[in-house]
Design a protein around this ligand. Structure first.
Ligand SMILES: C[S@@+](CC[C@H](N)C(=O)[O-])C[C@H]1O[C@@H](n2cnc3c(N)ncnc32)[C@H](O)[C@@H]1O
Length: 485
């Protein structure tokens, strides 16, 4: 009965989706219909970082885009159970890398945002410290008055979007804490972890809250722009927040010791490249990975550089660095300019202009995509879009993803799998079937599209979109592509 109901629901969703799409997207849908299915094992909680248990170490820092280690374990077991070499070209906080490494995989990640690389390094440091020594250092540290150690040399160089983010006393204590750690703690791993603890609480002690496309400011900061004043639940004092974070880390480290960390039975730490996958993927060895498991940025206007502005300033990023970083990331904000010249020069430099031409041709052949772009372009000309640069963003996103999918297909060993987690999106009432367009690119590069799994309940619309266009579900899912030769 349950199976029948699931099938019925599946059919209804598919029919609804089919009716709302125009010619080319309908054709695309029909071409892959038999590969699309709802996977009832996947749910939103599993796909997000919330499902991580405390022992994973990931909830010391809330990397919102991270997926859970349970999801990685499930996907590897289901699709490619024999360990080999695994790559995540959008590694974020390293969920795929650590979960796979614990299963015996040799792992490699690429991440452009220094925030992700910093979290990964802290996680490796955590595996190497002595929990008892760490607890002793923490106890001594918490007896200090951090303002006594304030040193201007360690003060933050704020950028316009973080100016005034902290209560001045909290910022003074934070800087005092950091200068103490940097000058008085000799053990490199412990020092790294202590600094990381401060990194984890920046949002809690600030007037800001991460809100997707920007930082939302509490009305008490005097910087709030919205009509309705916004108040955060609580702004923590530095001492409260750091005491809680250090205690959490110390107690988690102790439980690793009690329950045993798996690293000492031979798992290898992940290798991480810090930079853009667009630049790094073409330089890696062909056919050298058995699985590529990744979740690229979604085509959803999410701005990582604004969301993580406090953390970037903490890491020493200046205004121009942040602006440059935003432009180097995979295009998913309305501010991203196109990277066509950059890509052409890169492939010319690698003497691979034939690949460049093929990648461009595959992008241009995506009729479903160009159908939406044309409709949205008309809407843009009639001033019907919330932001006119959305069209450019979508175009750039798929142009760049064409390079990513091509390079991934080259790096995959025969019988290897690519597993991608991504969301479909909608703009101006038009659904963009990201899963089908990317799968169609993968097929053009010789990969077999094995599954397009959808989460049991897809995403709805924003309330604004719902009012205008009615509610139809957008697929949110996991796609599996295989290299057959
Ligand atoms: C959806 S998140 C991945 C999260 C990751 N799965 C985790 O569990 O933490 C996408 C990541 O891609 C990164 N990214 C964006 N553009 C990139 C690029 N050109 N090269 C490498 N990484 C990039 C973002 O910084 C972000 O961390």
């Amino acid at each position: 009965m349950l199976l029948y109901r699931n099938k019925l629901r599946n059919d209804i969703i598919m029919n609804n989706q089919l009716e709302t799409l125009q010619q080319h997207r309908q054709a695309l849908f029909q071409a892959y219909q038999d590969r699309i299915s709802i996977n009832h094992y996947l749910d939103r909680r599993l796909v997000s970082y919330q499902a991580n248990k405390s022992r994973s170490g990931y909830n010391w820092f809330k990397y919102r885009e991270g997926f859970s280690s349970q999801l990685v374990n499930y996907l590897l077991k289901e699709i490619h159970p024999v360990p080999g070499r695994l790559l995540d070209p959008f590694a974020g906080s390293g969920s795929a890398l650590f979960a796979a490494a614990l299963q015996g995989w040799e792992t490699c990640g690429i991440e452009i945002l220094p925030v992700g690389a910093y979290i990964i390094r802290a996680r490796v440091a955590a595996e190497q410290v002595s929990p008892h020594k760490f607890a002793g250092v923490v106890q001594n540290l918490l007896s200090l008055d951090f303002t006594d150690y304030y040193d201007e040399a360690y003060a933050f160089q704020h950028i316009p979007i973080t100016h005034g983010a902290y209560i001045p006393e909290a910022e003074r204590e934070l800087i005092g804490y950091l200068s103490y750690c940097m000058t008085n703690i000799a053990d490199e791993q412990i020092q790294q972890l202590l600094e990381f603890a401060a990194f984890c609480i920046l949002e809690e002690i600030s007037y800001t809250r991460k809100d997707g496309q920007f930082l939302r400011w509490d009305a008490r900061s005097g910087r709030s722009l919205g009509k309705k004043p916004f108040f955060k639940e609580k702004i923590w004092s530095f001492r409260e927040a750091i005491t809680m974070k250090l205690s959490q880390i110390a107690s988690d480290l102790m439980s690793y010791r009690i329950f045993g960390s798996n690293w000492d039975i031979g798992s290898k730490y992940p290798t991480v490249y810090v930079g853009s996958s667009l630049d790094i993927l073409p330089t890696l060895d062909k056919e050298s990975f058995d699985v590529i498991l990744t979740s690229p940025p979604y085509c959803n206007r999410y701005d990582y550089t604004r969301t993580y502005a406090l953390e970037l300033v903490y890491l020493g990023y200046r205004h121009e660095d942040v602006t440059h970083l935003r432009q180097s990331m995979l295009s998913c904000t309305v501010e991203n300019k196109d990277k066509q010249q950059h890509m052409r020069r890169l492939y010319q430099g690698l003497a691979r202009i034939a690949d460049f031409d093929q990648i461009t041709a595959v992008y241009e052949a995506q009729c479903g995509l160009h159908e939406v772009l044309e409709i949205l372009e008309q809407q843009r000309e009639s001033n019907l879009l919330n932001n006119p640069n959305v069209v450019r963003m979508i175009r750039n996103y798929f142009y760049e993803m064409s390079f990513i999918v091509f390079e991934m297909s080259q790096l995959l060993a025969p019988n290897g799998h690519i597993i991608m987690i991504n969301d479909n999106v909608r703009y101006g009432g038009e659904e963009i079937p990201v899963d089908l367009i990317l799968s169609n690119m993968a097929a053009a590069y010789g990969l077999e599209v094995e599954h397009i799994w959808s989460l049991p309940k897809g995403k709805g619309n924003s309330s604004q979109q719902m009012g205008l266009y009615g509610r139809t579900e957008l697929r949110k899912g996991v796609y599996v592509w295989k290299k057959n030769k």
